[in-house]
Design a protein around this ligand. Structure first.
Ligand SMILES: NC(=O)c1ccc[n+]([C@@H]2O[C@H](COP(=O)([O-])OP(=O)(O)OC[C@H]3O[C@@H](n4cnc5c(N)ncnc54)[C@H](OP(=O)(O)O)[C@@H]3O)[C@@H](O)[C@H]2O)c1
Length: 305
């Protein structure tokens, strides 16, 4: 089969399309013929070596959707499914997985893969933050997938949504949008934030603690700047702030995986609308990564094997 293999860290050119042996399914696993692969921003950081990878995978990629072609349960064969693999393997024509989520028939493989991981993250983040009607939330990078879904779900709960995005990028569910490419954007954030969904990180992230209300909550789940945020206990203690960190392979990983079906249900009923930027054939993987890294588009870049 054709698959994308990473050779070292660096620019998009370290990703090569190659012939690889087809994976074989063990009992308990399904074999999926891949129809769509997501290219989230964090994969460009992993590829470049800007954020640590557990190990260099034989086949790159984490998020794929397609049709089950082999399974223990014959009723599963022919169904559409989405998978998330922390150990790679998604940029390929076939994947095996022990954990997968069935996709409602009305959702295309492209939309399913664009939404499954970020929407399930948003569902768990919002639930963990326990946002209630009338609260003010700050959603960083709401031009991205998780941030966009967070803005929508927070709005549905009756919150006031302050969001950040690259200049001119739409955040339909925000009451106010700040340009996070302005280095001083944090100074423009209004005071009185109840919940901060922190995904940019970096050395200036802690400036936002003064914008939160006493006993405000910070959910830190990303490092789009390349670094997690750092907070002093003194800064948190000054307002009695609660800080919860999400790292991917952490105590919340099971909750996020378990929320996948709920997230796809929210797509199926129209609550969440996956936005696609461009699709590329798998052979054009370097162009797809360059597109994501350029931050010129709006929505998910998807590879088609
Ligand atoms: N903890 C977990 O379990 C977990 C799971 C999945 C993802 N994540 C993290 O969640 C974050 C968001 O992921 P996503 O899938 O929503 O992203 P995405 O859909 O790929 O979108 C990328 C977003 O990142 C923004 N961005 C990129 N570089 C930036 C920078 N230097 N400063 C500010 N914004 C920047 C872009 O903004 P513009 O282009 O508009 O400027 C865009 O909004 C990532 O850090 C990812 O690693 C965490």
């Amino acid at each position: 089969m054709r698959a994308v293999v990473q050779h070292g860290t660096g620019g998009p050119e370290v990703l090569n399309l190659e012939d690889r042996p087809e994976p074989t399914r063990k009992a308990g696993e399904v074999l999926i013929r891949v129809e769509a692969i997501a290219v989230p921003f964090y994969e460009t950081q992993l590829r470049a070596g800007l954020i640590p990878a557990g190990s260099e995978p034989a086949i790159f990629g984490h998020e794929a959707a397609g049709t089950i072609v082999e399974a223990d349960d014959p009723a599963a064969v022919g169904r559409k499914a989405v998978v998330m693999s922390f150990t790679g393997g998604a940029y390929a024509e076939l994947v095996v997985a022990s954990r997968y989520t069935l996709v409602p028939e009305a959702i295309s493989a492209e939309h399913a893969v664009a939404a499954a991981v970020p929407a399930s993250m948003a569902v768990v983040l919002l639930r963990t933050a326990n946002v209630v009607e009338g609260e003010s939330v700050l959603v960083e990078a709401a031009s991205g997938a998780i941030g966009g879904y967070l803005a929508r779900l927070a709005k549905d709960r009756g919150a006031r949504v302050i969001a950040t995005a690259g200049a001119g990028k739409p955040v339909p569910d925000a009451d106010e949008v700040l340009d996070h490419n302005d280095p001083d954007w944090r100074q423009e954030v209004p005071e009185g934030i109840d919940v901060l969904f922190e995904s940019i990180g970096g050395p200036r992230a802690a400036e936002l603690t003064t914008k939160l209300v006493p006993r405000g909550r910070i959910l830190a789940y990303g490092l789009l700047s390349g670094e997690f945020p750092t907070y002093s206990v003194a800064a948190l203690a000054a307002r009695g702030l609660a800080l919860i960190g999400f790292g991917g392979l952490d105590a919340y990983a099971e909750d996020v995986a378990a929320a996948r079906a709920e997230a796809l249900g929210l797509v199926a009923d129209g609550t969440l609308n996956p936005v696609l930027d461009r699709t590329y054939p798998l052979a054009d993987v370097a162009a797809a990564h360059a597109r994501v890294q350029s931050r010129e588009g709006v929505g998910k870049v998807v590879l088609i094997p």
